[in-house]
Design a protein around this ligand. Structure first.
Ligand SMILES: Nc1ncnc2c1ncn2[C@@H]1O[C@H](COP(=O)(O)OP(=O)(O)OP(=O)(O)O)[C@@H](O)[C@H]1O
Length: 299
C-alpha cells in the first residue's frame, strides 16, 4: 500500500514556481529520503503533503486522504518535525511533552510511554534548554510521535547534530519504520541518504531522480576514476575542463574524476600523464551532476 501517492504537485510564491510538477510515491513502512540543494522546494513539498499548504496544481492522497479536501484528517495522522522545531527551554522534557499531550488531548500514559520508547525516562526532569543538540532532536521526535502518527515527515531533523547523535537518531528511525511507520525525511547528508530505503532528488522544484541509492547511481551513467597524486591542486587544474571530464574533486591526496563518457575520460587522464584506476561513483558525485544539469536546463 502506498502511504504517499501524489501527482503533479506545483506551487508558486508570487511569480516564482518553487515546486514544479512533482509526483511522489512512498510505500508503507518505507524510509524515503528527500534530497536536493537549498531552496529546491523540499519543505514546500512536505507542507503540501501534510495538509499545511494547498498546491496550485496537482492532486493525490496521503494515508488514503485527499490532499486537497481532507487536510484535517492528514494533519491528525502525520507527525511533522519542522526544520526549526521549538519547545519551552525552561520546562523539563516531561513538562514539554505534557504540554504537547494536552494539545492533542492525549492521556498521561502517552507521555510516559513515549519517554520510555525514546530512552528519555532518566532525563525526564532535565530542562529542555540544557539538552545537547542530539537530545533536543530526540525530544522533538518524541513530541511528533506521541500521538501515534502513521507517517512521519522529518525536515532536516539532524542538521548541526554530531555524528554519534545522528547515528542514534537514525537507529531510532529504522526502529520506528520496522514497526510499520512510514518516514519521509529531508537531509543534506550523504550518509543519511544511504540509510534510506529509497531516495528522491529534487532540484529547482523538479524531481530529477528517484529509486534506491544503487538505482540512482546506475541511472546517472557516470564513470569515476581515482588519481593518486602528491600534487592534487596542479593535476585538478590540469584536468578541470578537459574534454570528457565533468567533475574533479580532491579527497586528500586522491582526486575523484567523473564523466559520462569513459573513453573520453580515460583519454583526458592519459593526456594528463597521471596514474589512475576505475572507482565507484558516489552518491555525492551523482547529486552534483544532477544539480549542474538542472542548472543548465534553467539557463
Ligand atoms: N511562504 C513563502 N513565501 C515566499 N517564498 C517562499 C515561501 N516558502 C518558501 N519560499 C521560497 O521557495 C523556495 C523553496 O523553499 P523550500 O523551503 O521549499 O526549499 P528547501 O528545498 O526546503 O530548502 P532548504 O534545503 O534550504 O531547506 C525558496 O526560494 C524559498 O525562499
Amino acid at each position: 500500500m502506498n502511504v504517499i501517492e501524489v501527482q503533479g504537485l506545483t506551487k508558486s510564491f508570487g511569480t516564482r514556481k518553487v515546486v514544479d510538477d512533482v509526483s511522489l510515491t512512498v510505500e508503507k513502512g518505507e524510509i524515503a529520503g528527500f534530497l536536493g540543494p537549498n531552496g529546491s522546494g523540499k519543505t514546500t513539498c512536505i507542507r503540501m503533503m501534510c495538509g499545511l499548504l494547498t498546491p496550485d496544481a496537482g492532486h493525490g492522497r496521503v494515508l488514503g486522504h485527499d490532499i486537497l479536501r481532507e487536510q484535517r484528517q492528514i494533519k491528525l495522522q502525520v507527525g511533522y518535525m519542522t526544520q526549526k522545531f521549538s519547545f519551552y527551554e525552561d520546562l523539563s522534557i516531561r513538562e514539554n511533552l505534557n504540554f504537547v499531550a494536552g494539545l492533542y488531548g492525549l492521556p498521561p500514559d502517552a507521555v510516559r510511554d513515549t519517554l520510555e520508547d525514546l530512552g528519555l525516562t532518566s532525563r525526564r526532569d532535565q530542562l529542555a534548554g540544557s539538552l545537547s543538540g542530539g537530545w533536543k532532536q530526540r525530544l522533538a521526535l518524541a513530541a511528533c510521535i506521541m500521538h501515534k502518527p502513521q507517517l512521519l515527515m522529518l525536515d532536516e531533523p539532524t542538521a548541526g547534530v554530531d555524528p554519534k547523535a545522528r547515528r542514534e537518531f537514525w537507529d531510532e528511525i529504522h526502529e520506528l519504520s520496522a514497526r510499520g511507520l512510514t518516514v519521509l525525511v529531508s537531509t543534506h547528508y550523504m550518509d543519511e541518504a544511504e540509510r534510506c530505503h529509497r531516495i528522491n532528488y529534487i532540484a529547482y522544484g523538479r524531481l530529477v531522480a528517484h529509486g534506491t541509492v544503487g538505482q540512482v547511481i546506475r541511472d546517472a551513467g557516470l564513470a569515476t576514476y581515482t588519481v593518486e597524486t602528491d600534487r592534487p591542486g596542479l593535476v585538478a587544474r590540469q584536468l578541470a575542463g578537459a574534454p570528457g571530464v565533468d567533475q574533479v574533486a580532491p579527497f586528500g591526496t586522491t582526486l575523484h574524476v567523473t564523466g559520462t563518457d569513459p573513453a573520453a575520460l580515460e583519454a583526458a587522464l592519459r593526456e594528463a600523464g597521471v596514474a589512475w584506476q576505475p572507482s565507484e561513483t558516489s552518491l555525492e558525485d551523482v547529486f552534483i551532476r544532477l544539480m549542474e544539469q538542472s542548472q543548465d536546463n534553467m539557463t
